[in-house]
Design a protein. Structure first.
Length: 119
């Protein structure tokens, strides 16, 4: 089992920044990648960014490149999502998930953290 706990959400005005954290524990040796996702009210969950557990290779949703940055601290088993120039449309619950292989589904999820951006 892999456990994930998100933190760092909150309320911010448009143009502001937040840094989300995803603490990973348990069978971390089985993790291939950690992804950040978000789900706004009435919308489907969408992928934000992904980082491989070994190597730290990153990928982003095209619409978020340049504003969001995913990174990790291996010593702390923590993955971060730095969000800059936030817009009201970034308002959502942000989740981190873990998958065990290149083509595996995300099998483990955190509880989510709310991000609210006001105009």
């Amino acid at each position: 089992q892999v456990q994930l706990v998100e933190s760092g959400g909150g309320s911010v005005q448009a143009g502001g920044s937040l840094r989300l954290s995803c603490a990973v524990s348990g069978r971390t040796f089985s993790v291939y990648a950690i992804g950040w996702f978000r789900q706004a009210p009435g919308k489907e969950r969408e992928s934000v960014a992904t980082i491989t557990w070994r190597g730290g290779f990153t990928s982003y949703a095209d619409s978020l490149k340049g504003r969001f940055t995913i990174s990790m601290d291996n010593a702390k088993n923590t993955v971060y999502l730095q969000m800059n120039s936030l817009k009201p449309e970034d308002t959502a619950v942000y989740y981190c998930g873990a998958r065990n292989g290149v083509t595996s589904q995300y099998a483990y999820w955190g509880q989510g953290t709310q991000v609210t951006v006001s105009s």
